[in-house]
Design a protein around this ligand. Structure first.
Ligand code: ADP
Ligand code: MG
Length: 324
């Protein structure tokens, strides 16, 4: 067996918020709770789940923008969980992030040319001329034109700004890109263009991706496998086709039925997710999904199901998985 590019093992991240005038005592939020998965070289893993389930926290732990509470992160065979200083800087070149809001993540006072050049300069990738040539190439690769180089972020549309963010993320030829809801802030027509661009780039450059989204429709095209997250844990993980066409976990089933489709699948009932997800500071006992689940029985209230292999190889954490 070959080593995967990324291996996350029982990664947990707990936030502790201080007491305030309105609440006494500290609140502990298990934003990510013992999550494990791998990503192979060149593979895209989609990570989906409702807002607040811990996707961004997980992504930020993987890129080491946040320190983990426990667990390990291994990149290309190296344990990067507690890296600091020069070794962390080296790792960062292999591990880039694309954010939901490219406007907030691009310095408004710098021209596109300098924004895209910055990582190359910081990491000493060539002289002035080489950097200039690399930036021109990157801008073309993401579908922008040379005249865009001298503009400022505010002169662009949302989709164009996200292209700049992608060019910057590509500059150091990373092995893995963490894309945190890169299209959620964009119009639907523009979403498709950016997903097409990322799909092309992953193919031509063999870059692996952790592609975070809050709905399954967005990951359908780009992800090789999909992990579904609920209240800090992964509740289903399998090949995109498997998970999207025959979800085994009732939560995945509900998420899919919420995605509008042009051709409704015969026999599939539309399931609505009642209520908001429970608070991660006070998660329900047993299966975290049981209070919202139409199939829940007694065991679901008392025992937390662990991820188990289903007949088709996918992993599902449920006592009553749908037949696959
Ligand atoms: P998602 O990206 O899936 O919407 P997040 O990772 O942003 O989820 O948040 C997961 C949980 O952690 C949420 O309940 C959120 O309120 C909480 N959280 C996120 N960041 C912080 C923080 N800096 N301090 C305290 N709680 C946080
Ligand atoms: Mg988020």
């Amino acid at each position: 067996m070959t080593t995967p590019l990324l291996a996350i093992d029982r990664l947990s991240k707990t936030y502790t918020t201080g007491s305030s005038i309105l609440s006494s005592g500290r609140t502990v939020i298990k934003a990510v709770d013992a999550v494990s998965f791998t990503i192979d070289y060149g593979e895209t893993l989609g990570l989906v789940g409702e807002s607040g389930c811990g996707k961004s926290t997980l992504g930020r732990c993987v890129t080491r923008l946040l320190d983990v509470t426990s667990g390990t992160i291994t990149l290309a065979g190296t344990d990067i969980t507690h890296q600091r200083g020069a070794s962390l800087r080296e790792t960062r070149a292999d591990l880039q992030m694309i954010f939901q809001d490219p406007y907030a993540s691009l310095n408004p006072r710098r021209r596109v040319r300098d924004i895209v050049a910055e990582p190359l300069i910081v990491h000493h990738r060539g002289n002035h001329r080489a950097v200039r040539a690399a930036v021109t190439g990157l801008i073309a690769d993401v579908g922008l034109r040379p005249e865009h180089l001298d503009r400022f972020p505010h002169e662009f549309s949302g989709g164009q700004r996200q292209r700049v963010g992608i060019a910057r993320a590509l500059a150091l030829s990373p092995k893995l890109i963490i894309a945190d809801e890169p299209v959620s802030a964009l119009d639907v027509s523009v979403q498709a263009q950016i997903i097409n661009l990322l799909t092309d780039l992953k193919r031509t450059r063999n870059i692996a991706m952790l592609f975070i989204a809050h709905d399954l429709g967005v990951v359908r095209q780009i992800a090789d496998r999909v992990a579904v997250m609920y209240l800090g844990t992964i509740i289903e993980l399998g090949a995109t086709e498997q998970v999207l066409t025959s979800p085994a976990h009732p939560y995945t089933e509900a998420l899919i039925s919420a995605v509008p489709t042009a051709t409704p699948v015969a026999g599939r009932r539309r399931i609505t997710l009642a209520g908001d997800p429970p608070s991660p500071s006070n998660p329900p006992g047993g299966c975290p999904f049981h209070p919202r689940c139409g199939y829940a029985t007694e065991v679901c209230k008392t025992t937390k199901p662990s991820l188990a292999v289903q007949p088709d190889g996918r992993l599902t954490a449920c006592f009553h998985p749908r037949p696959v």
